[in-house]
Design a protein. Structure first.
Length: 146
């Protein structure tokens, strides 16, 4: 990774639709250099995909929940993989502390959240859940590369 890579990544974080020509102007190098750097970053797995940032509230997803899970010993990955396939789930993390995993998910209604919670509570090896509702999102974005 060099300064050009960092500059390219930061530009993509701001707007993944920028053309190579636009990036080249902003970074101060040739289009071919940008293409080569992008190809290398993709091959290294640094760039996993190109995506868009959506306003889920405008799409009707008014509820964001942070769901902490306590999972039976030795079954963490199995349970996390099962939960991760649900379309409402946008993140699953292993954590330290009183719980083993945390799930971030978005729902259109309390009823949908309730159904999801009741479903995952029936999964084998899920011992306990604790759910927190996100009231306001102050900051939610990718961090710049330094």
């Amino acid at each position: 990774m060099d300064l050009k890579d960092n500059a390219i990544l930061n530009l993509l974080l701001e707007n993944s639709r920028l053309s190579c020509r636009e990036m080249a102007k902003k970074v101060g190098c040739s289009v071919v250099t940008i293409i080569n750097h992008l190809r290398e970053l993709e091959q290294q797995g640094v760039i996993k995909n190109y995506s868009v940032s959506l306003d889920y509230e405008k799409l009707g997803y008014d509820i964001t929940a942070l769901i902490k899970l306590r999972i039976s010993r030795g079954r963490l990955i199995e349970v996390e993989k099962k939960i991760a396939i649900h379309p409402q789930v946008f993140a699953v993390y292993d954590i330290t502390g009183d719980f083993d995993s945390v799930v971030l998910a978005k729902f259109r209604s309390r009823k949908a959240l309730d159904a999801f919670l009741k479903k995952i509570q029936t999964y084998d090896f899920v011992e306990r859940t604790e759910t927190n509702l996100i009231l306001n999102i102050i900051k939610e974005r990718n961090i710049p590369v330094e």
